[in-house]
Structure formats: C-alpha cells, structure tokens
Design a protein around this ligand. Structure first.
Ligand code: AMP
Length: 254
C-alpha cells in the first residue's frame, strides 16, 4: 500500500491513474478501523480498479475537546487491516496540510444539520461537511463510500455533493452490527465490559416498534442517558450516552 501525507504527492499519483484510465473508489475514515469500515473498503475494492482510504481525525467536527482527546486511535493496526485487504492507497495528512486556512472557510447546511445529532452538537456537521468537501476534492475518485451507521451524515454529504456539482458519486453502504445487535463503532472500544454488555439494549429498544416515549423511558431505566429518539425520513434515529460514551444508531421504520 502506498501512503501519502501530502496533497501534492497524491495528486501526482492521481494523474498517473487517470492517464491509465483506471477507476478509483474512496473511503474517508477517522481511523480506529473495524469491520464496519472494512465493509466499505470491500465494496470499493469490488467496484473499482483502485481504492483510496483516508485516515484523518478531524478536530473541527468535535464540539467537545474531551471527546476528541478520548477518541481511540490505532494507526499501526489500521495499516495492517488495510494491507490485509489489499487497499491500494492511504492518505493520512496532518491538520496543517488539510486546513491551510486554519478553518477560516467552511461548508454549512442550514436545515437537516441542525436537528438530530446537529441539535446536541453545535458545529459538528459544519466540520464534517468541510472536511468531506476537502477530501472529495483531493481524492478525485469516481465513487466515495459512506456508512448508513451515520445516516444523517450520509444524507447531508449526498446532498452537498449534488448541490456543489461534485463529480464523485456518493454510495451508501449498510450498517454493520455485532452479533448481539450493537452497531460497530470506534467508540465502542471505550466502553467497560459491563457497559458493553448493556449496549445492545439500545438497538433492541430502538428497533422494538414501541412509542418513542416508551423507548426513552425504558432506556433511562436501563441506565442510558438519552439525547434523542426521533423519526425522520422513514427511519428511527437515536443517540444515547453510556458511561459518557456517545452511541448513535438508526433503523428503518416499520
Ligand atoms: P468514521 O471513521 O467513524 O468517521 O467512519 C468512517 C466511515 O465508516 C463512515 O462513512 C461511517 O458511516 C462508516 N461506518 C462506521 N461504522 C460503521 C458501521 N458499523 N457500519 C457501516 N459503516 C460504518
């Protein structure tokens, strides 16, 4: 796998790829890779001649410094996962490389980004959309893959790509769960073993078909701190805290 830290070096490789007529798929991540990420890499590897993955822990999407500082990272293991899967390229830039403007410029959406996760995390989606806009422009891929685990994020990115006439097609990929139903997430690593045992109850209740009020009550009783349970776009979305770890999930509405 070829690793790039510089936009200029990657762009050189990209022109070479294009001149050879090869197709490129792109999967942006924040690292601490797991099977959920791997499902996106596999989709890209299947669809394209070459696959680019980025690892960049994007500080501008964290509304809370402690959450950023506690975000798990496992760079060496991540590289092994990418190499085992035969991913072709990794782009892993420093903050200064990606944010030469030090975040004077940003992308902003004024409706969907303000509800659900956006209501509790001011500025979160501005940071997400800004970094994804940068990464899609740098990546230069025909297709980019995003997980339905972050369904609100996927919708916002898909609409941003259409709005700004980006050339990359945004491809949604199904949410991958543990056997017990818990949505795979880098943040799960921060749960204690007791909390990890309790965590699948979140999915169980979200998917129970009960009223939103009953789900909130049952979650609180079980020991979760509920941020929201809301229905939107034919899906039921939820966010909870367990031991200060934020878990999000969504299921299709029955
Ligand atoms: P992150 O590293 O959390 O920013 O995630 C990078 C990409 O992987 C995003 O498009 C996520 O939606 C996707 N992803 C993370 N967890 C899962 C999962 N459990 N199932 C499917 N996609 C996922």
């Amino acid at each position: 796998m070829k690793i790039f830290n510089s936009v200029k070096e990657w762009k050189k490789e990209l022109s070479q790829l294009k001149s050879e007529g090869l197709s490129l798929g792109f999967v942006p991540t924040m690292g601490a890779l797991h099977e959920g990420h791997a499902s996106l890499f596999k989709e890209s590897l299947k669809d394209n001649d070459r696959t680019l993955v980025s690892i960049f822990l994007n500080p501008t999407q964290f509304d809370n410094r402690e959450d950023l500082n506690n975000y798990p990272s496992s760079y060496e293991e991540d590289i092994k996962i990418l190499e085992d899967l035969k991913v072709d390229y990794l782009f892993s830039p420093a903050y200064e490389e990606l944010y030469r403007d030090n975040y004077r410029y940003s992308c902003r959406e004024n409706k969907l980004s303000q509800i659900l996760c956006g209501a509790a995390r001011p500025g979160h989606f501005d940071g997400v959309l800004t970094v994804v806009m940068k990464l899609l422009n740098i990546g230069g891929a025909q297709k980019a893959y995003f997980g339905e685990k972050d369904y609100q994020q996927y919708l916002l990115i898909k609409e941003m790509a259409q709005t700004f006439f980006l050339e990359t097609e945004i491809v949604p990929c199904p949410l991958i769960r543990e056997k017990d139903g818990l949505a795979l997430s880098s943040r799960n690593r921060r749960l204690s073993s007791e909390a990890r045992q309790l965590a699948p109850t979140f999915y169980g209740l979200l998917n129970s078909g009960s009223s939103r009020e009953k789900i909130k009550k049952d979650l609180s009783k079980a020991g979760f701190k509920v941020d929201y349970i809301e229905d939107y776009h034919m899906r039921r979305f939820g966010a909870v805290y367990l031991e200060e770890v934020r878990l999000i999930d969504n299921v299709p509405l029955r």
